[in-house]
Design a protein around this ligand. Structure first.
Ligand code: TXA
Ligand code: MG
Length: 310
């Protein structure tokens, strides 16, 4: 069910989750002040309770009341990249950010999204928690139809003809005084390094038994029902996910990620392509992973790896 910005404000104030557009993917929003609605978000998504949520703010002043400490470097990055797809994990004001949102951690994740309507909603309702608007484990939603696929046509969605970039925000934190990435995303490592002046370490999946810095890394994610094969030979599979400027001989079904020179095209269409596989009842597909491992490609490779995990 499509709703207006004003209706979304009413629903959220009334304790009801609403799907909202952001510049990355659609989010499933609940007011930070409403613990019951936050509980509904975990339940609706089937999200493990130990995977914390991102708190979305409308400006740095709102962040001030929720974070316990904002490193100087964080302030510089915020100035450069907010509003935008950069999420900062910072020590939380534990009274202001409920335990359930942080999954019991002393930190919380924060970002200011770029979408005008969504910012209006945050200004009116206050901070919002907003995981991606998909069932846990499924490809993220980059169109209202994807939200409907996962939550039904009656679910309220703010739809304002908005093109999403298709890849979630980059998540960073500070570790031993230096910024590190926890999730590759729409802001590239190169863009961050240019501001920071040093190379960013990526703290992804931890060694077995070690405590993860980013709980989200532990779960299978972004996956269609189809099994994705990132190695081997395309001719051995009933479908290929590849690039429009390349030829894949003897392929039965071809799903395009766009031109191999344009990572933005691949990012924008990635989750829709993964969802199309299921709509076409494809059970196995080979993925062309022959692309660079820098810039936006890094996040695309990460999502495909995670989507292929059994
Ligand atoms: O682009 C995005 O970030 C989208 C839009 C809707 O804003 N949201 C999104 O949320 O991708 P979600 O819930 O799908 O992913 C949040 C990620 C997870 O990997 C989670 O583990 C991590 O952020 N995260 C949240 N709080 C954290 C914390 N305190 N410490 C470490 N990682 C945290
Ligand atoms: Mg997600």
């Amino acid at each position: 069910m499509r709703v207006s910005v004003d209706q979304a404000i009413e629903l959220l104030n009334d304790g009801q989750p609403v799907a909202l557009p952001t510049e990355t993917v659609y989010g499933l929003a609940a007011a930070l002040k409403d613990e019951d609605a936050i509980d509904d978000i975990f339940r609706l998504k089937g999200r493990p309770r130990n995977n914390p949520l991102i708190v979305h703010v409308s400006n740095i002043e709102m962040l001030g009341g929720l974070a316990d400490h904002i490193p100087d470097e964080a302030k510089v990055l915020i100035k450069k990249f907010w509003p935008g797809p950069l999420t900062l994990v910072l020590p939380a004001n534990q009274k202001a950010v409920p335990d359930s949102v942080r999954a019991g951690l002393p930190t919380a994740a924060f970002r200011q999204p770029q979408h005008k309507g969504t910012l209006e909603i945050i200004k009116a309702v206050g901070p919002l928690v907003m995981p991606s608007a998909n069932l846990s484990g499924r490809p993220s939603a980059t169109a209202p139809e994807h939200v409907e696929e996962d939550f039904g046509t009656d679910f309220p969605i703010v739809d304002v003809d908005w093109a999403t970039a298709g890849i979630e925000s980059t998540v960073i934190t500070w570790h031993h005084g230096r910024a590190v990435t926890l999730r590759h995303g729409a802001i590239t490592a190169e863009e961050l390094e240019e501001v920071l002046g040093y190379p960013l370490q990526h703290l992804g999946k931890p060694e077995e038994g070690a405590t993860p810095m980013s709980p989200g890394c532990l779960f299978r994610h972004y996956a269609p029902k189809a099994k994705l094969h990132l190695k081997g030979n395309p001719k051995d599979y009933p479908a290929v996910i590849g690039f429009s400027d390349r030829l894949y001989p003897m392929t039965c079904r071809f799903f395009s990620l766009g031109n191999s020179q344009h990572p933005e095209e691949a990012a924008e269409g990635l989750y829709d392509t993964l969802r199309q596989l299921d709509q076409a009842h494809i059970t196995e597909a080979w993925v062309d992973m022959d692309f660079p491992r820098h810039g936006l490609w890094l996040a695309i490779a990460d999502r495909l790896h995670r989507a292929s995990e059994a």
